[in-house]
Design a binder for this molecule. Structure first.
Ligand SMILES: [Zn+2]
Length: 533
């Protein structure tokens, strides 16, 4: 028994820090320039750090500590480390198989090109067809092609589920789903109740949005509403709202997104120049096609990956990723090593989402993009309605993912293909294609590679709405959006009330300290109702 954890923390930091830096840098390199060598380096670094936390003696030492006389920051570090170490208690052979299987699946998602009309076709091309084509037959083929990867990875994904479950049971949990939530300081019942509440409170908005959308789609594809199929929706999983009448991309033609990003963050008092200098922002061969922010080490080496073009989507993505980036950059300087990071995935998502919503905001368009105020005001109602549609779709889609994933870990031997479509029909109101019986669920990368994660996107949007209400009611001189997009008070608030706290507080305590109340879905529901008109 020991009452002083400081020597333990210092010794552990000396071992963890170089491995963390190697892992993040290797991962960054593998994403900006994929090669067998860079992927191997990333895999090895991941194994090294997992092995470090798999140490049984360390687990016992942490469990044996009497934390009752620790100071608050030590209690918190002890608790977080115990969770990390518990989640990594695996034999060497298990770590090898887990990491190798994950990498094999990841590589399959990145490289598989299904045939469409005799041509190997990438994900972006398939998405483009579902976005713009009016040809139902072509859409069906593109949609089916987008699901083919599921057949190829299904066995590996099920093996990952089996390994994760076996390790969770060894530690006394019913399954991996339950363990994973517990280790991220979340409780299954509370979480499902909260999500169901939001689903119910937005039910009538969803019904009218979906009915209206189906009417428009039926007219566009010249079918009856009853004949609408999964491939008539705008993307492979119906995760996104179709774009409306206004061409928001036109506002961003001939605009430099880096300059707009710098100007906006400057105005709210956060400097992103050093981050921009380290970032990799434009399309290139052998580069990851998506976007993310990563911090190498815990002392300000923040980098963003994007594939920018002059479009509203990439402006939103830049604002989103630089929202993550300023959170990491402005983590409190006084924080000890193991508290240097966001409180939770959902808190950094919330800040990113708050920023990402601005690319269609009238005040942002006027101040930064140079759209005349009257024109910006005129299109902002549609911009708001699109944002609302996006969030309504997210609520339903997260319900599918959460119910499916919980069931997947509870009983992976059940008829998963049928369950997937039952949930899609129930929550997204999209019907199962006639005669289909394929592992369509396995085409969703998160189930394999970012397990028990999806609900954090919804919680992040809920927190973003709560932050927005707080800023507009308590911090800014009026509800005027121009303050929101240009006042240093915004950066000041985020910096001192959120970023500076690092991981010192659990996520819900942080929300309460920053806004005066724990996570409250009412803000999110109200924004939806207001934006939907
Ligand atoms: Zn994000």
């Amino acid at each position: 028994m020991t009452n002083d954890i400081q020597p333990f923390l210092s010794a552990l930091r000396a071992r963890v820090e170089p491995l963390e830096i190697e892992m993040s840098d290797a991962w960054w390199q593998a994403n900006v320039s994929a090669s067998e060598e860079s992927e191997m380096r990333a895999g090895n670094a991941q194994k090294a750090i997992t092995r470090l936390y798999a140490d049984k003696a360390m687990f016992e030492t942490l469990r044996g500590m009497d934390t009752s006389r620790f100071e608050a920051d030590h209690v918190r570090q002890h608790y977080l480390l115990l969770n990390t170490v518990a989640g990594n208690q695996m034999e060497d052979a298990v770590i090898e198989e887990l990491v190798d299987t994950e990498r094999r699946v990841e590589s399959a998602y990145n490289t598989y090109r299904p045939e469409l009309l005799g041509q190997p076709t990438g994900e972006n091309a398939l998405r483009d067809i579902l976005r713009v084509s009016d040809d139902s037959e072509l859409r069906r083929k593109a949609w089916e092609a987008s699901k083919e990867i599921g057949v190829h990875v299904e066995k590996d994904v099920l093996r990952l589920v089996e390994i994760r479950n076996q390790e969770a049971r060894r530690l006394g949990y019913a399954n991996y789903y339950q363990m994973s939530l517990r280790l991220q300081e979340q409780d299954e019942e509370t979480l499902f109740a909260l999500r169901e509440e939001v689903t119910k409170r937005t039910e009538s908005l969803w019904r009218s949005y979906k009915a209206d959308l189906d009417t428009r789609l039926a007219a566009r594809f010249k079918v009856t509403i009853d004949e609408l199929q999964a491939w008539h929706y705008p993307d492979p999983f119906f995760q996104e709202a179709p774009t409306g009448e206004t061409d928001f991309d036109a506002f961003y033609k001939n605009k430099n997104l880096e300059t707009l990003t710098t100007n906006f963050f400057d105005a709210i008092g956060l400097d992103v120049r050093d981050i921009l200098a380290r970032s990799d922002l434009y399309e290139r061969d052998n580069k990851c096609q998506h976007a993310f922010c990563i911090t190498v080490g815990r002392y300000g080496d923040v980098r963003v990956l994007c594939n920018c073009n002059e479009s509203e989507r990439w402006m939103g993505t830049m604002l989103h990723e630089f929202g993550h980036a300023v959170y990491d950059k402005y983590i409190g300087e006084d924080l000890p090593f193991f508290l240097r990071g966001p409180s939770h995935t959902l808190t950094t998502e919330a800040v990113a989402m708050l920023m990402g919503r601005l690319s269609r905001n009238a005040a942002f368009l006027t101040r930064y993009v140079g759209v005349p105020a009257a024109e910006a005001q005129a299109v902002s109602a549609e911009g708001n309605a699109e944002t609302a549609a996006q969030l309504l779709i997210l609520v339903r889609w997260v319900a599918v993912m959460a119910h499916f994933e919980r069931a997947l870990y509870t009983d992976p031997t059940q008829n998963l293909n049928a369950l997937w479509w039952t949930l899609v029909a129930r929550y997204q109101n999209v019907r199962k294609p006639e005669g289909g019986n394929a592992p369509d669920w396995a085409a969703k990368l998160h189930l394999a590679l970012a397990p028990v994660y999806y609900h954090n996107y919804l919680l992040g949007e809920m927190m973003a709405s709560q932050l927005l209400d707080y800023l507009q009611e308590k911090t800014l001189p009026s509800g005027d959006d121009d303050y929101l997009v240009s006042s240093p008070a915004v950066g000041d608030y985020l910096r001192h009330q959120i970023f500076a706290c690092g991981a010192r507080l659990p996520w819900n305590a942080l929300i309460e300290s920053a806004t005066g109340e724990p996570l409250n879905p009412t803000h999110f529901v109200r924004h939806l109702q207001k934006a939907a008109g």
